[in-house]
Design a protein around this ligand. Structure first.
Ligand SMILES: Nc1nc2c(ncn2[C@@H]2O[C@H](COP(=O)(O)OP(=O)(O)O)[C@@H](O)[C@H]2O)c(=O)[nH]1
Ligand SMILES: [Mg+2]
Length: 691
């Protein structure tokens, strides 16, 4: 593919509710621009951007797909995102490298849950947005009703720039308000504006000029004085209003029938910011903030926003160049990994197809294969420049399952397969938690996890069984207690003797074990101090209460006895261990449970239900706020009560609620729940022993 200069590039993310037609629109754009000679269909599994096996099977996007389109001497990097909320990570990756988002709605359904979420993400990331009313050909489609639903639920100043010509089965194309001409039929033949639309066009034109004028005081004065604004002034005013997000342009079309596609692309080309408009870019160099001008002559800085680690396709690293120029066959430096990386060929990725690039200008998006250490979020630079671009901020996983390999063979392969999976998807994580003896796989929701488990099986041949994970408790003490243990063994040969007196009390948070020696007068030789400590440490991973790790205990050895011949290391290890266990159990042992900070964003109408539900989850509400018309609740809640919150919140809010979690600290489990934990731990131990 040809090299395009920065001003000729647009990076545009398609967002919206699942099924609104994002993938079909990307497909129509590819076809309209001549990149493909056949229009693929989601139903047939033949689109460019839904190429993955799971996407074809489910007829739904799962990961971010790229559709670079060459149009009117420009390159539009179309980023087709999945609409289902479990795949939010893909949207975040796309928005980090896109200058604007096109939010697509169905002309029959209007604004849906996924639309609202997409709107919210664009708002949070401060990106300009377009609204596209798709499926104008459908029975019951209505441009006006769909637009009304956007005005009512999303809020803001929506300014139609493309008007539909006809509707439903009579939908023929669109009229461009800026250009005052019609684009009709699949080939988008320019035509005169139909006579019966003259009035609607005038009205839309007035709204557009007014919106453009309002972007700037000088233009507004002119406008109010009745001076006609020039085409250039209108465009500039509109661009400014789009950039500062006071205006949302409204487009329309039919993706699967390829109607209005040229007009959509022309409008986006004309009005969406280019990488040049979006510069400068914030970055960091040697810990200091710097601004990158985004120039060809600037230092090379590329941000990796996605990694594909498909066992069949191999590893592909997708990056956006923010500054400098780049070509293939170079050595770059990965700043975060402190390692050099050799880039072979660089290419534009279209679906899974690789289009070789001779070079690239800043602002463009490209990919390289077979990088060795580079991961999503890393910055690649020329050696010595140490620039770090802010990585996309992915949310912490919300939903976990325990995965157990089915066979020995599965068990041997599972960690490398899981590593590959998480490499591709920063919202998917796994860890082996020794405290609960489980492999935990965490993601954004049950669909996300189901797909990950399918991939384990289909792509890596690893079969697993899933279950609700256990909570990783900790054990500690709540009082001070002392105890002694005498270890004496005098049967046959050499004997063993050690006697230890020690005191256990609660240590400060995060200290693990604090061990002190208070034996004065030589009751035990100091040289046995480490033996006793070793004995105590043997208990720490497998606490006396129910086998969970012991934390935050302070142990002081204050007395004991030794024997001139039989006292030895092993004897004091055993005596220390047993004395500790006894003292621990006498010192008011308690469980600690992980407490998380939860931030929940829901429509105001759901507030009461959410608070009531939090109450049943032992949560403490810390704050309530209204942000951009939504209620935001922050609370602290035990992890045990959040295990399936992803599903519960979704059903309480019809999918409109979102939340994030963050680990805070461990806190004592209320005593009435502790008995249950002990009982189930004992049951599990018994089962393990029987196995
Ligand atoms: N009637 C009609 N159907 C469409 C249109 N665009 C997409 N579709 C259909 O809507 C369904 C979902 O489309 P898809 O592109 O996968 O939506 P996405 O989830 O937003 O990517 C598919 O069956 C498409 O064929 C359109 O303009 N008109
Ligand atoms: Mg899709």
């Amino acid at each position: 593919m040809k090299v395009y200069s920065s001003d000729k590039i647009r990076n545009i993310a398609l967002l919206g509710h699942s099924g609104s037609g994002k993938t079909s629109l990307a497909e129509a754009m590819l076809h309209t621009t001549g990149a493909t000679n056949r229009l693929g269909r989601v139903e047939d599994g033949t689109t460019a951007t839904d190429w993955d096996e799971d996407e074809i099977k489910r007829k739904q996007s799962i990961s971010l797909g790229l559709a670079p389109c060459e149009w009117q001497g420009h390159k539009i990097n179309v980023l087709d995102t999945p609409g289902y909320p479990d795949f939010l990570g893909e949207v975040i990756g796309a928005l980090r490298v896109a200058e604007a988002g096109v939010v697509i709605i169905d002309a029959v359904a209007g604004v849906e849950v996924g639309t609202e979420l997409a709107w919210q993400y664009l708002e949070q990331m401060g990106k300009p947005r377009f609204l596209l009313i798709n499926k104008m050909d459908r029975e019951h489609a209505s441009f006006e009703t769909a637009l009304e639903s956007a005005r009512n639920t999303l809020g803001g100043n929506f300014v139609p720039l493309l008007l539909p010509v006809g509707s439903q089965s009579g939908f023929k194309g669109v009229v461009s308000v800026v250009e005052r001409k019609a684009y009709l039929g699949k080939d988008g033949k320019p035509a005169d504006v139909p006579a019966d639309m003259a009035e609607a066009l005038e009205e839309a034109q007035m709204a557009l000029v007014e919106a453009a004028a309002e972007s700037n005081d000088e233009l507004l004065m002119k406008y109010l004085d009745g001076v006609e604004l020039s085409a250039g002034e209108i465009t500039a005013g509109l661009m400014a209003a789009i950039r500062n997000r006071t205006v949302t342009p409204v487009l329309c079309g039919s993706a699967s029938n390829e109607l209005g596609i040229q007009a959509v692309m022309n409008t986006v080309l004309a009005l969406a910011p280019s990488p040049v408009d979006a510069a400068p870019f914030a970055a960091e160099q040697n810990g200091e903030p710097v601004e990158l001008k985004g120039e060809q002559s600037g230092p090379v800085a590329a941000l990796v926003f996605k990694t594909i680690a498909d066992p069949f396709v191999g590893r592909i690293t997708l990056f956006r160049l923010f500054s400098g120029s780049l070509h293939g066959d170079v050595r770059l430096h990965n700043v975060q990994k402190h390692a050099d990386e050799r880039l072979g060929q660089i290419f534009s990725l279209r679906g899974k197809e690789q289009l070789i690039l001779e070079g690239m200008a800043p602002g463009d998006i490209a990919a390289a294969a077979k990088l060795s250490v580079t991961a999503t979020g890393d910055t690649l630079v020329e050696k010595g420049s140490h620039i770090i671009l802010p990585p996309p901020v992915f949310p912490n996983p919300l939903y976990s399952v325990a995965v157990a390999p089915l066979t020995q063979a599965d068990s041997a392969k599972i960690s490398s397969a899981l590593n590959r999976l998480v490499e591709e998807d920063p919202t998917l994580r796994w860890n082996n938690d020794p405290s609960i003896r489980q492999l935990i796989l965490s993601g954004m929701g049950d669909v996300h996890i189901t797909i990950a488990v399918n991939r384990l099986k289909n792509k890596f041949g690893v079969n697993v069984e899933t279950s609700v994970p256990k909570v990783s408790y900790r054990e500690t003490v709540s009082r001070t207690a002392s105890s002694m243990h005498r270890h004496k063994k005098q049967t046959g040969g050499a004997g063993q003797f050690g006697e230890v007196h020690l005191r256990v009390e609660r240590g400060a948070e995060g200290t693990g074990l604090t061990y002190t020696w208070e034996v004065f007068g030589g009751a035990i030789s100091t040289s046995f101090g480490p033996s006793i400590e070793k004995g105590i440490r043997q208990v720490l991973d497998n606490g006396p209460l129910a086998g969970y790790p012991v934390v935050d205990v302070a142990v002081a050895v204050f007395d004991g006895k030794e024997h001139p011949v039989d006292s030895k290391d092993i004897a004091f290890q055993i005596a220390g261990r047993e004395a500790f266990k006894k003292a621990f159990m006498d010192a008011g042992p308690v469980f600690l449970e992980p407490i998380y900070r939860v931030e929940i964003t829901v429509p105001e109408g759901n507030m009461g239900d959410i608070l009531g539900d939090l109450n049943t989850r032992r949560a403490r509400v810390q704050g309530m706020d209204t942000v951009r018309g939504k209620s935001v609740i922050t609370a602290e809640a035990p992890f045990a009560e959040l295990l399936r919150y992803a599903n519960d919140l979704r059903s309480m809010t019809q999918g409109r609620g979102i939340y994030g979690i963050e680990f805070l600290r461990y806190e004592p489990v209320p005593s009435h729940l502790a008995q249950g934990i002990i009982a189930s731990a004992q049951r599990e131990r018994k089962e393990e022993e029987e196995e």
